[in-house]
Design a protein around this ligand. Structure first.
Ligand SMILES: [Zn+2]
Length: 79
């Protein structure tokens, strides 16, 4: 599985929507790929925080701010 495929499947993975076969391939890739692992944890945190804020759609500018903040954190944490 390529990084691109993994990134495309991340939302399904977090929602538990992957088949057992895909899930195994996905986790195989994550286990061996630092970039995808970092991205997955970032996405998971984003979904958690956004889910807590409101049921309403997040305004695009706030979402962009959040994503930027997470990027900064993960960059700082990955050194
Ligand atoms: Zn990867």
């Amino acid at each position: 599985m390529t990084c691109r495929e993994v990134v495309e499947l991340m939302t399904d993975y977090l929602e538990g929507a992957l088949s057992a076969e895909y899930r195994a391939k996905f986790e195989d890739h994550i286990a061996g790929c630092d970039g995808c692992r970092a991205y997955l944890s970032q996405l998971r945190t984003t979904r958690m925080v956004v889910g807590k804020l409101a049921d309403e759609p997040i305004p695009a500018n706030i979402e962009a701010e959040l994503m930027k903040a997470f990027q900064d954190w993960s960059l700082a944490g990955q050194v």
